[in-house]
Design a protein around this ligand. Structure first.
Ligand code: MRU
Length: 340
């Protein structure tokens, strides 16, 4: 049975608040923050106390339950909740899971607007979380079967329990491969890309894998080609923030470069994503809005300046990988070959 020691979300029945593991404090401190107002939910997503596409969607879903609680007795409750949904939607533009969760929750709210209490709204937020856990488990098993017995896998950013409600997307598959190998007396080794500039790989993925006793080595992003050339990478697996109709996808900046490298070295390149990551409204990756984050995240590391004051920088937080570079998309219902 697959298991993870990472608990990103806790629902506190007494306070009716979602408690989230503070990802800004990791890996040094494991502390939970209680989200007690709509503003708390908006801030947690904006400042990346919680991050990762499915996790953002789950947080927004509970944020809308909080909005419902705050406005349930107001005469114009629907328009007040709609205004809060717009605040949540304005937090981060690229991960479609955020908009998917908001649209689903708004449909539930409209259907139950005449109810005495917002209990049905809480039930749907909890269902979104529960469904994410189930989709993670299904992807993990499909992915482990498709990728098979390998020794070394490379991953980018954080796609684990911290980025989802359960085992993770790509990291869930990694957990399943490791479990199968361990059952057979072997073990998986994971190359963890540091993931500049926000360091999700170094701060979060390395922490998650070590917590779950999965053998890993942290490398800086520019080392991937070197290890691929040495034959030390059997497969690459990443998550996605939005997959368009032609199966192009957005993911953490640096993913596109990895896919090009994998193609050159004839290494299979997989993407793992739940249903909530597919955006059927967009035809191709060219239509995806890429979040541009603060230059500070490029020139500062933990409050320490690493570049001259005033230097020009760019910080696209995501890039788009064309489907031609993808071997398979691991979904909860099986593997999609994006080039068929
Ligand atoms: O900016 P982040 O940390 O929210 O970006 C996260 C990623 O890019 C993940 O790879 C992605 O959300 C898919 S995994 C759940």
């Amino acid at each position: 049975m697959l298991h993870s020691n990472v608990e990103t979300f806790r629902w506190n029945t007494a306070t009716q608040c979602l408690e989230i593991l503070d990802q800004l404090a990791l890996p040094e401190n494991e502390r939970y923050i209680s989200l007690a107002s709509v503003e708390d939910y908006v801030r947690a997503i904006t400042d990346m106390t919680v991050r990762g596409a499915p996790a953002i969607g789950i947080t927004a879903a509970f944020g809308l339950y909080r909005a419902a609680v705050e406005h349930w007795n107001a005469a114009d409750k629907l328009s007040k909740i709609q205004a809060d949904s717009q605040k949540l939607a304005a937090t981060r533009p690229t991960a479609v899971n955020l908009f998917w969760a908001i649209e689903r929750m708004m449909r539930t709210i409209e259907a139950h607007i005449g109810d005495e209490t917002p209990a049905a709204i809480l039930a749907d937020a909890q269902a979104i979380w529960r469904e994410d856990i189930a989709m993670n488990e299904a992807m993990a098993e499909h992915g482990a079967k498709a990728i098979g017995n390998i020794q070394n896998i490379l991953t980018h950013c954080n796609t684990g329990g911290l980025a989802t409600g359960g085992l993770g997307t790509a990291l869930g598959v990694i957990r399943a491969i490791d479990m199968h190998l361990k059952n057979a007396g072997n073990a998986l080794h994971v190359w963890v890309d540091e993931t500049r500039p926000y360091l999700q790989g170094a701060r979060l993925t390395a922490w998650e894998l070590m917590k779950d006793h999965i053998d890993c080595t942290l490398i800086t992003d520019n080392m991937a080609a070197h290890f691929m050339k040495q034959g030390l990478v059997d497969a690459v697996i990443v998550g996605a923030d939005r997959i368009t109709r032609n199966y192009d996808f957005a993911n953490k900046i640096g993913t596109y470069g990895l896919a090009v490298l994998a193609k050159f070295h004839h290494i299979p390149f997989y993407v793992a994503a739940p249903d909530s990551t597919f955006d059927t409204k967009l035809a191709s990756g060219a239509d995806i809005v890429i979040e541009e984050r603060s230059a500070n995240e490029v020139v500062m590391i933990k409050g320490q300046r690493i570049a001259p004051e005033g230097v020009k920088t760019r910080h696209p937080a995501f890039d788009v990988t064309p489907h031609e570079l993808v071997t398979g998309i691991i979904t909860p219902s099986g593997i999609i070959d994006p080039n068929q």
